[in-house]
Design a binder for this molecule. Structure first.
Ligand SMILES: Cc1cc2nc3c(=O)[nH]c(=O)nc-3n(C[C@H](O)[C@H](O)[C@H](O)COP(=O)(O)OP(=O)(O)OC[C@H]3O[C@@H](n4cnc5c(N)ncnc54)[C@H](O)[C@@H]3O)c2cc1C
Length: 464
């Protein structure tokens, strides 16, 4: 599509500027904790550990610059979703999963609080999350989803019919929606940049342009030297497959986004959306969107979901066909915006475990810890994971005991590895082809129920 800036990492960097990079590691050093990866997970972990134990020597090693990965490219939905909750309910009981859900609800507020305390101006607007149904099949899923969320103790969630939905946002063909207050819109890059600055101001050392080539007990190895520390924390999420020995750990799944030009007041009149809720839908290949602080719509969804051999992206460039598909979704939602210019398109990778369950772990025998596998809901989850890693390290080093966080059901969860190629590629491509065809069928034949094909695909993918 002509005139669209494609890549450049993300629109958020076009808006806020790519930062000057910090110095690489320069020779061997020792530390108390070394953190690999400077996204939300790594930076929040450094933040909470340093706040808890100010004398700790903490080093963050980042391959490019802090916020280069998904933390600098996401949709800015800071919300209470956590990948794998239902499976954790099956494995550890409903009450344990309710505790995890409550912790996630609180995490949304914790991120807002901590950002505020650190003076991070991240365009935060706590308008909750509104998820919309546009076909009878989607409505059936929405009703089931709503009831399911209530069963995890979300008493403050609300269900709206077509008229109440239209009072909030005018999405074409919307037949209903479900709203939770536990969500906020953020500017992802302002958040990650502010966080890196706050971490540095606390006395944490950050080395950028420093790729870790190997993680082993007490060592993070780079071409410029090795950092030795009793604790090595791997916070590389969608990039994990690039580390030695981790190729089949978490599958790097792509997600792509577009950002429109700023809309005029008259255009906003047609759209509504005064509440600036994070907006999603109930399609199998779902979309997510936010109304940005400068009056654009930033909207995302799946593009080409997975690249052969777990390759990751090239500075955020996405396929032309994906840009067009996202534009079509925008226009299907808001037909009056058919002529609106798309200014920017980009993509990023997120980490998907074989059983779609996010985890946080510290292996006490090696001192190696990790957190991730958030499957597209990591903006808040990374913060909960970071506070949990802090508690696990403190407990292991004798500075703390069990806490509410160390007892959550996602701690120490083990998952099997993904299949080798070409099975991985064939499987994920097939999965998303199934989801897309289910969505097409539901849109073309409004009377049809929720697709069996998608349910089968879910089962094969290990989602349920
Ligand atoms: C397009 C897109 C939209 C999304 N939208 C949302 C959303 O709206 N809401 C939501 O909750 N979640 C969303 N997500 C997911 C969310 O952004 C991520 O889960 C979260 O940012 C993960 O943070 P992280 O710090 O674990 O990983 P990352 O932010 O990916 O950080 C990992 C860092 O590790 C570095 N690194 C990798 N390998 C090495 C190495 N070998 N040595 C040193 N450093 C290394 C990378 O350069 C990177 O900076 C989205 C993701 C994408 C891609």
């Amino acid at each position: 599509m002509s005139g669209v800036v494609n890549g450049g990492i993300s629109f958020w960097y076009a808006d806020d500027g790519i930062p000057a990079m910090r110095d690489p590691l320069d020779g061997d050093v020792s530390a108390d904790v070394v953190i690999v990866g400077g996204g939300y997970t790594g930076l929040w972990t450094a933040y909470y550990l340093k706040k808890a134990v100010p004398f700790l020597r903490i080093v963050v090693l980042e391959r490019k610059f802090c916020g280069y990965g998904a933390s600098g490219r996401n949709g800015g939905w800071l919300y209470n979703g956590v990948a794998g909750r239902d499976r954790y309910a099956k494995l550890h009981g409903h009450e344990a999963a309710v505790r995890l859900q409550r912790a996630m609800n609180d995490t949304v507020d914790e991120v807002v609080r901590a950002a505020d305390e650190e003076g991070i101006e991240a365009d935060v607007h706590k308008g909750g999350v509104l998820e919309i149904a546009c076909t009878p099949a989607q409505l059936a899923r929405l009703n089931a989803f709503h009831a399911h969320e209530l069963s995890y103790g979300e008493k403050d969630r609300e269900l709206y019919g077509a008229r109440e939905t239209a009072e909030r946002i005018r999405v074409a063909d919307a037949v209903g929606s479900s709203w939770t207050p536990h969500g906020a819109r953020v500017h992802p890059v302002k958040l990650v940049k502010g966080l890196a600055a706050a971490v540095e101001a606390l006395g944490v050392t950050i080395h950028e342009r420093t790729t870790v080539t190997e993680i082993r007990a007490k060592h993070a190895v780079t071409p410029y030297g090795t950092v030795r520390a009793p604790y090595v924390l791997r916070c590389t999420e969608g990039f994990t497959a690039g580390l030695k020995g981790q190729r089949r750990t978490w599958l790097p799944m792509n997600s792509s986004m577009i950002a429109t030009e700023p809309l005029t007041d008259a255009q906003w009149e047609t759209v509504g959306w005064e509440g600036r809720q994070a907006l999603g839908d109930m399609a199998h290949v779902y979309m997510y969107a936010q109304r940005t602080a400068d009056g654009r719509i930033a909207l995302g969804g799946r593009g080409v979901p997975y690249r052969f051999g777990s390759r990751t992206d090239n500075d955020g460039r996405t396929q032309e066909a994906t840009v067009e598909a996202l534009r079509e979704t925008l226009v299907r939602f808001f037909p009056a915006l058919a002529g609106v210019r798309i200014e920017h398109a980009w993509s990023g990778v997120l980490g998907v475990p074989r059983d779609w369950c996010a985890t946080v772990t510290l292996d006490r025998s090696t001192g190696i810890g990790w957190a991730g596998g958030y499957v597209g809901s990591g903006v808040a989850t990374a913060n909960l994971a970071a506070r949990t890693l802090r508690d696990l390290v403190q407990r292991d080093s004798g500075q703390g005991g069990r806490t509410e966080l160390t007892e959550l059901p996602w701690v120490g969860h083990k998952v099997r590895r993904w299949e080798p190629e070409p099975l991985r590629w064939v499987g994920v491509r097939g999965l998303y082809a199934a989801y897309r065809s289910a969505d097409r069928r539901e849109l073309a034949e409004p009377g049809v129920g929720s697709s069996r094909l998608a349910r089968v695909a879910d089962r094969i993918a290990g989602r349920h």
